[in-house]
Design a protein around this ligand. Structure first.
Ligand code: SRM
Ligand code: SF4
Length: 571
């Protein structure tokens, strides 16, 4: 059936009748007899930056006791480029301690999530953020999400340029509705105010979520090929002159539905620095007008591009631009990782990237992350930059404060080094909060890595950088399909194992073992480590090696992701 003739998805109706994202959220909040919201409101609150969840560890027991689910909320901040001041950090910590589950969760999009927020705490939380000039607008929902940018303050002026671009794009593409300010801050609608409109996003917003990243080669820490839209900085004589533009990346798929697939973005051209925002608007509005509003599993830009064809998509984008995209310029990525520990100790400002296991900040006996960061923030120097690898950079530390920061890091057990797998690992949240999780992720990967690092050590690979990412379901929140080793939850304790992604994030991986448990994962990877240690060429990355050595075929496009399984699986 023609896309225009198919019925709109239920979410389109909810958006249409929401009066620009207001719905009945205010009424839902005032209902104190339940911890939940009205059904339609649970879709609209995503645009306000939060999700209704329930503690899945408690679900069965509460069901037995005929109690309502243990409802709480996950609230996600919008922080373009992930930069906050020490004072903002202290306020974020206070909110986590007083209004959430006493942890701060750094995400794969350079921001913070609060978990376990009770309904009665939502308004004070939002007001607490507004008081420090932060918000949660468009952190979730069918809109442009938090814009991420290479998080490396040692790139000096280049970093400032991409961070500013991230902020500018984020502001430009924000919903224009004042719904967030009215509901959470009590802003009154002024009589006679102009009729509301959404000139860029449209009255029913985008067909689906939309994600933008910016990278400065050789760093691909923002995983550009997994983003709907990406900007690759082109640097000439120390200045960013423009950007290569990428489009059509995305990770999500559904097990057993081959028409859903992860896709690596295509490089579609080049634009000058001044044209980047116009390009962002053009790509977003093409997706607004041509995206699938009937089937939400087919609504991301990657499917729009594959349905239209790349050439037609590019011409639609060019039609909306004053200056058409020029041919892409050469670029080279080398890594998706962060520079952990101290770096840039030369020009009087140094930086320290603090490794945060799976982005979860709380005090453990040996690593007192929450208190350590609190004490460092109290020094009130520099900035805190959250990375897309779920780490945090204490940036721009003046020489006079370097020793004080180093002492605090040591005192709180935060200056330890990690092995080559652990420092390159990312896990999504998974259980118990994520409603879509099929298996553990954040709570399991650390233990699995301990076992895998023992194997890597046996072959002398303990300090070799290999990217490994785990998700509790195939939605891909830790971007497992662009890592060298990917683990994707199937059912409790059981994962699909993917290998062969590129270390610098430019190639998708492929399914290597289906339905394996922890023992099966170790048994499958150990011989690969052995072969890699013995047969690798100089500087050859693990992801490249497993393809060259014939353990897995190369994935060329999203469309062939499910085909051409590894020889083992075919027999
Ligand atoms: Fe995600 C849904 C967590 C980055 C693809 N993601 C979810 C939800 C909200 C579950 C839900 O819909 O009920 C998860 C909340 C779990 C919880 O309890 O906190 C969730 N996603 C996360 C985070 C927190 C993972 C993390 O551990 O860091 C990341 C938050 C980023 C942020 O700050 O905005 C997160 N999610 C991603 C990424 C990576 C990225 O953006 O670079 C992806 C893959 C890229 C992409 O979008 O294709 C991603 N999340 C998804 C999808 C699949 C979308 C699709 O196209 O099919 C879903 C499910 C959906 O949208 O239906 C999803
Ligand atoms: Fe939840 Fe799946 Fe995303 Fe993990 S990948 S946070 S399990 S939606």
């Amino acid at each position: 059936m023609d896309i225009e003739q198919r019925p709109l998805s239920a979410n389109e109706r909810i958006k249409e009748s929401s009066r620009f994202l207001r719905g009945t959220i205010a009424e839902s909040l005032s209902r104190i007899e339940t911890g939940s919201l009205a059904d339609d409101d649970t879709q609209l609150t995503k645009f306000h930056g939060f999700y209704q969840q329930d503690d899945r560890d408690l679900r069965a027991e509460r069901g037995r006791q005929r109690l309502e689910k243990a409802f709480s909320y996950m609230v996600r901040m919008r922080v373009p480029a992930g930069i906050v001041s020490p004072q903002q950090w202290l306020a974020i910590e206070k909110i986590a301690l007083e209004r959430a589950n006493r942890t701060i969760r750094l995400t794969t999009r350079e921001t913070v999530q609060f978990h376990g927020v009770l309904k009665s705490n939502l308004t004070p939380l939002m007001q607490g953020l507004a008081a420090i000039n932060l918000d949660t607008i468009a952190a979730c929902g069918d809109v442009n999400r938090n814009v991420i940018a290479t998080a490396d303050p040692s790139r000096g002026g280049l970093h400032e340029v991409v961070a500013t671009l991230a902020r500018d794009i984020s502001e430009h593409l924000l919903p224009r509705t004042r719904a967030w300010h009215e509901i959470w801050l009590g802003e009154q609608r002024v009589a006679g105010a102009p009729v509301e409109d959404e000139p860029i996003l449209g009255r029913t917003y985008l067909p689906r979520k939309f994600k933008i990243g910016i990278a400065i080669p050789p760093q691909n820490d923002t995983d550009l090929f997994a983003q709907d839209l990406g900007f690759i900085a082109i640097v000439e004589r120390g200045k960013i002159v423009g950007y290569n533009v990428t489009a059509g990346g995305g990770m999500g798929m559904t097990h057993g539905e081959p028409e859903t697939y992860p896709r690596n973005a295509d490089v579609i051209g080049y634009c000058t620095r001044d044209d980047a925002i116009a390009v962002a608007e053009a790509v977003v509005t093409v997706q607004r007008d041509y995206g699938d509003r009937s089937n939400r599993k087919h609504a991301r830009l990657k499917y729009t591009i594959d349905t239209l064809g790349l050439e037609i998509f590019i011409s639609l984008v060019n039609d909306r631009l004053k200056t058409k995209l020029a041919p892409a310029r050469p670029f080279k990525f080398e890594t998706t990782g962060d520079r952990l520990g101290w770096f840039n100790e030369k020009d009087g400002r140094s930086h320290f990237t603090l490794y945060i296991e799976n982005g979860r900040i709380f005090d453990r006996a040996q690593r007192r992350m929450m208190t350590g960061l609190h004490r460092i923030a109290e020094l009130n120097v520099g900035r805190f930059i959250m990375t897309a690898n779920q780490n945090i950079i204490i940036a721009d530390i003046p020489a006079a404060s370097r020793q004080a920061v180093a002492d605090l890091l040591a005192e709180h057990g935060l200056d330890d080094a990690q092995g080559g797998l652990r420092r390159n690992a990312i896990a999504c949240v998974g259980l118990p909060t994520c409603g879509l999780s099929l298996a553990e992720s954040e709570r399991y990967l650390p233990d699995l890595i301990t076992r895998l690092e023992a194997e890597a050590d046996r072959y002398g690979l303990g300090q070799t950088d290999i990217t490994i990412r785990m998700t509790g379901c195939p939605n891909g929140c830790a971007r497992p399909y662009v890592s060298e080793i990917g683990l994707v939850g199937r059912t409790p304790g059981v994962y699909n194992l993917y290998i062969g992604g590129a270390h610098e994030g430019a190639r998708l991986s492929k399914l290597y073992r289906r339905d394996v448990d922890g023992d099966g994962i170790v048994a499958a990877l150990s011989p690969l480590f052995a072969a890699y240690a013995e047969q690798r060429k100089r500087n050859e990355r693990f992801g490249d090696f497993v393809i060259r050595a014939g353990f897995i075929a190369e994935t060329k496009t999203g469309l062939d992701f499910h085909e051409n399984l590894s020889p083992d699986l075919r027999t």
